[in-house]
Design a protein around this ligand. Structure first.
Ligand SMILES: [Zn+2]
Length: 200
């Protein structure tokens, strides 16, 4: 095994370099920082890394990441369960929550349809969304997939899948510059896009 033939320091540098935004130089700096740090500090980091994989899983209802059976949003009785906002990733949900104006629930697809990358409907949480709508009580689905070719394609696909349920389907207003990604939009832009949503 390659990991056994190279030393622990080289392994950590290599693992850090796999992270987004971290080049070989930064990976090396982080590794030497940890080598010099207190044992307790480094083990706390190791525990935190382990915990996100062992304790965090998708919410049983909306597929947001959580440590409980339901996420804190689904479990909150003050949220309006008649509206579901569909997002691509948990980080998009976080961006909309930061905007602070939305009081409904969410559904996290964990991706978008991307035929060129072989990502089809079965890789997303579409079945779970359809089941939620079929259970009743949902009056509106807000498509908040990103305003990109793939995000728009995903919204269109979902709208067709959900059409037989008769639920009202809306799309975020185009306050968002085309191609921008939800997680990088500012709070006011997101609040405006939610406010100005229109029937799909
Ligand atoms: Zn949830």
């Amino acid at each position: 095994m390659a990991t056994e033939s190279i030393g622990a320091i080289a392994v950590l540098i290599r693992e850090f370099s796999k992270l987004p935004g971290i080049g070989p130089k930064t990976a090396e700096r982080l590794t030497h920082h940890l080598l010099a740090a207190e044992r307790q500090t480094v083990l706390a980091l190791a525990d935190a890394l382990r915990a996100i994989k062992e304790n965090v899983h998708p919410c049983g209802q909306c597929y947001n990441l959580t440590e409980g059976e339901l996420c804190s949003l689904c479990a909150d009785p003050r949220r309006d369960a008649s509206v579901i906002c569909v997002v691509e990733q948990p980080r998009d949900l976080a961006a909309l929550e930061r905007a602070g104006s939305y009081r409904g629930l969410y559904h996290v697809l964990h991706g978008r349809l991307a035929p060129l990358d072989n990502i089809g409907p079965e890789q997303l949480t579409i079945d779970g969304l359809v089941r939620r709508v079929q259970k009743g009580g949902v009056q509106e689905i807000i498509m908040a997939t990103n305003p990109t070719l793939e995000g728009d394609g995903t919204a269109l696909f979902l709208a067709n899948v959900l059409a037989p349920t008769g639920v009202r389907i809306t799309r975020l207003a185009r306050g968002l510059p085309s191609g921008s990604v939800l997680e990088f939009a500012n709070n006011q832009m997101l609040a405006d896009a939610l406010e100005g949503r229109r029937t799909f």
